[in-house]
Design a protein around this ligand. Structure first.
Ligand code: SF4
Length: 284
């Protein structure tokens, strides 16, 4: 007897995954479950956009990791290993004060790790998307005897690496990857939005080249400049997070981006803004 098929669509709120969702629902009529990995580091407009897309195309399941257990284990390490290593008591107390889950996945991941991810140490995709998706969506379906097809909205035009990807691929974990947009152009992506009267994420009209974490550790200077100019509240939030992570770490943590990528006005005023935000972030 053939297995029941579960089509899982990885939805980010960006133009490509929206185009794929439109294509699956409107053109193919496929029974599909859209899944959004909520990093906790998205712009509020993206959360609003999810609700809009649900009205247009159907439900979107939110997947969020919970790092409470990792933070609890880190508290034990701080109290035992750090003390045995001779870490100063004030650093230990500072870390213990900060090592409490806030409920925000991105921030909790950084508190647990004692640092932000970086282009060299890119653990965020794994911790915030790959593992939660596997644990909460794919494994339960596979264990229940489904054939799982993971729809991914990547396009060959995006990079040389993506151009080499096959349209279909079996994974060692036992599910199949399907990339229906692999040979689409960016014009095709916006055309299908227009054809069915579905708006792209409004962030594209506000200077953002991509949708996802705000900011993403991979974002360029121009995008960072636009974020700081148009969405100063997001910069304030990250400045507050940096101070929390710094206090939770043994070595003083690090910024979310290398300091040279940050806009000059931010470098000059970061300290004073963090001080102004002190009450806000300690109440998280
Ligand atoms: S969008 Fe960027 S910061 Fe967010 S999880 Fe992906 S790589 Fe990391």
């Amino acid at each position: 007897m053939s297995k029941p098929v579960a089509n899982i669509l990885n939805f980010s709120g960006g133009k490509d995954s929206t185009a794929m969702f439109i294509y699956a629902v409107k053109e193919l009529g496929v029974d599909i479950q859209a899944v959004f990995c909520d990093t906790g580091n998205e712009h509020p407009l993206t959360y609003d956009y999810l609700e809009y897309i649900e009205e247009e195309l159907g439900p979107i399941r939110r997947v969020r990791p919970d790092f409470s257990a990792q933070i609890e284990r880190k508290r034990m390490i701080v109290q035992t290993k750090w003390r045995a290593e001779g870490v100063p008591e004030e650093v230990i107390q500072s870390a213990l004060n900060m090592l409490h889950p806030t409920g925000n996945p991105f921030l909790d991941m950084c508190i647990w790790k004692g640092r932000f991810p970086s282009t060299m140490m890119r653990f965020c995709t794994q911790e915030l998307k790959v593992i939660p998706n596997m644990e909460q969506v794919y494994m339960p379906l596979l264990e229940n005897g489904h054939k799982v097809i993971s729809w991914q909205g990547v396009r060959a035009q995006e990079s040389a690496a993506r151009a080499k990807l096959p349209e279909r691929e079996d994974t060692p974990e036992g599910y199949e990857i399907y990339r229906p947009l692999l040979h689409w152009s960016v014009e095709d992506v916006f055309a299908i939005h227009e054809k069915y009267g579905i708006e792209p994420n409004p962030l594209y009209k506000q200077g953002m080249g991509r949708v996802g974490c705000m900011p993403c550790i991979n974002c360029g200077k121009q995008e960072l400049f636009e974020i700081s100019r148009r969405f100063p509240a997001e910069i304030e939030r990250i400045a507050a997070w940096e101070e929390i992570v710094k206090q939770a770490s043994k070595g003083g943590g690090r910024n979310i981006l290398p300091i040279s990528k940050q806009p000059e006005h931010r470098r000059n005023s970061q300290r004073s803004r963090v001080e102004q935000n002190h009450t806000w972030w300690t109440e998280l």
